[in-house]
Design a protein around this ligand. Structure first.
Ligand code: CAA
Length: 281
């Protein structure tokens, strides 16, 4: 049975843990804060219960999945796992420090993956003594629903590491797609300029948020409009990714819209703070 350590029990980390226990893996979930860990575990419990309600035949699978989740309170010793996926805050220094700690704590054979949406895998790998076994596994939100895993190969990632991670992603029921380590990889290099353009259009008074989102939902069959999606991802995250694109390419086409920056400065980060382009209860 594949063993997985997930560090960071937020939306992404708890979604990854849930997906993995559902696929039959033994999963250890941890976080620096007990409250976040408890919230993450409670969310998993709730969604597992919902799976059981929706499909009563899945009852035994739900019970077995629950057994395969081990929450590790902050400060616990990490078990010797096959794969570690970090899903902590999107901050390079924090991720580099974590990579270094994981490298020291886990067996040599373990693969260290980052769920980063835009930070260079090559740079994260340099914090370890095993850059050939460091890789990006970029899951999409909500993880249990979305099929894609963008697999990012750093400059030193070995073909064997990529092969194993692609196979693992398939075991999780996902479709892995390999890409090179380049600013924004592919998903966000294409998604974020669209979101940014929607914010520019709003800032210029071309249309209301509802109008912009309706046009993209009905006109392009997107499940969510770009402003609703930005709220869902988090405006702070959108800004951080745009900054990576802007710095990485040095091209003004990636400059973040001033309105986005202002909203982040004001603390309106979308769904997670209750207010973004829309308000949330
Ligand atoms: N966790 C688990 N399951 C969830 C969920 C969550 N957070 N949110 C919704 N679901 C499930 C629901 O339970 C439901 O399942 P059933 O049909 O089996 O009951 C299913 O998803 C559909 O949900 P709803 O009917 O409530 O709503 P919907 O049809 O509008 O779908 C959505 C919700 C799947 C989120 C859809 O709106 C969607 O696909 N939105 C776009 C999501 C997207 O683009 N994600 C990528 C963001 S970018 C990213 O993640 C990467 C990055 O680096 C920024």
């Amino acid at each position: 049975m594949t063993t997985l350590l997930v560090i960071g029990a937020g939306q992404m980390g708890s979604g990854i843990a849930e997906t993995a226990i559902w696929a039959g893996w033994q999963v250890y979930l941890t976080d620096v804060a007990s409250e976040s860990l408890n919230r993450g575990v409670a969310g998993i419990e709730k969604r597992l219960a919902r799976r059981g309600e929706k499909n009563p035949a899945d009852g035994p699978r739900v019970a077995a999945a629950r057994q395969r989740l081990t929450p590790l309170p902050p400060g616990s010793t990490w078990p010797a796992v096959d794969l570690a996926v970090e899903a902590i805050i999107e901050e390079e220094t924090a991720k580099r420090e974590l990579m270094e700690t994981l490298d020291q704590a886990l067996p040599d054979a373990a693969i260290l993956a980052s769920n980063t949406s835009s930070i260079s895998i090559t740079r994260l790998a340099r914090a370890t003594r095993r850059p050939d076994r460091v890789i990006g596994m970029h899951f999409m939100n909500p993880v249990p629903v979305m099929e894609l895993v963008e697999v990012i190969e750093g400059a030193e990632t070995s073909p064997e590491t990529t092969r194993r991670v692609m196979a693992w992603a398939e075991e999780l029921g996902k479709t892995p797609v390999p890409v090179k380590d380049y600013p924004g990889f592919i998903a966000n290099r294409i998604l974020m300029p669209m979101i940014n353009e929607a914010i520019f259009a709003l800032q210029e008074g071309v249309a209301t948020p509802e109008a912009i989102d309706t046009i993209m939902k009905l006109g392009m069959r997107h499940p969510m409009g770009p402003l609703q999606l930005a709220d869902f991802i988090g405006l702070d995250t959108c800004l951080a990714i745009l900054e990576v694109l802007y710095r990485g390419f040095g091209d003004p086409k990636y400059r973040p819209a001033p309105l986005l920056r202002q909203m982040v400065d004001a603390g309106h980060w979308g769904r997670k703070t209750g207010r973004g382009f829309y308000t949330y209860p």
